[in-house]
Write a protein that binds this ligand. Sequence first.
Ligand code: SF4
Length: 221
Amino acid sequence: MRLLTVYQHFYRAYGPQHWWPGETPFEIMVGAVLTQNTAWSNVEKAIANLVAADALSVSAINQLSPSELAELIRPAGYFNVKAKRLQNYCAWYQAAGGFEVLQHWSDHDLRVALLAVNGVGPETADDIMLYAFERPVFVIDAYTRRIFQRLGVFTGGEGYETLRSEFETRLAREFKEDLPARIQMFNEYHALIVRHAKEACRTKPACSQCCLRKQCPGRVD
Ligand code: SF4
């Protein structure tokens, strides 16, 4: 099945998702670090606490003690670990010159640098690449693996980098628009995958409500 066909089904079924929920690139980065292993509603509470404490900035986060930051982001869960990760990220971001400088780095250099920050894994790095820096990187998460394994597109056992590269290569071939349009499509596609995993292709899938039920070899009802 073509990856673009899946995207078109999702888009017709759900419409635009308006991701990433965040008003500035820095807020998107903070959200990407905090969203690991927790629901987005908890991240929103943590970000609201940072805003209320006037601490949603690189300098403010770097100046807080780890325990003060952990208290503010407590709603996001794993708050001690995430406070450390967020401060690692902000220390790197500030030292690198912030958005003004980093926006000029190549895709490769930026991704390598993000992955070198202690506590930033591939999914977080790619959330930041795609949604904060608007680079042509496809985000892979557990929802992506589940849906595309059930659709018979992948086995589900592929590594992160293999899946990312497959999505990027195939979509570059199937989607003939220019780079900005492809980046926008990657943005929308990942958001639609998350939506589909919550609406239909859940742990126990609701196949009767699925826009892909006619094509899906993994459907169960
Ligand atoms: S038919 Fe079922 S298993 Fe296949 S994508 Fe839809 S919800 Fe998932």
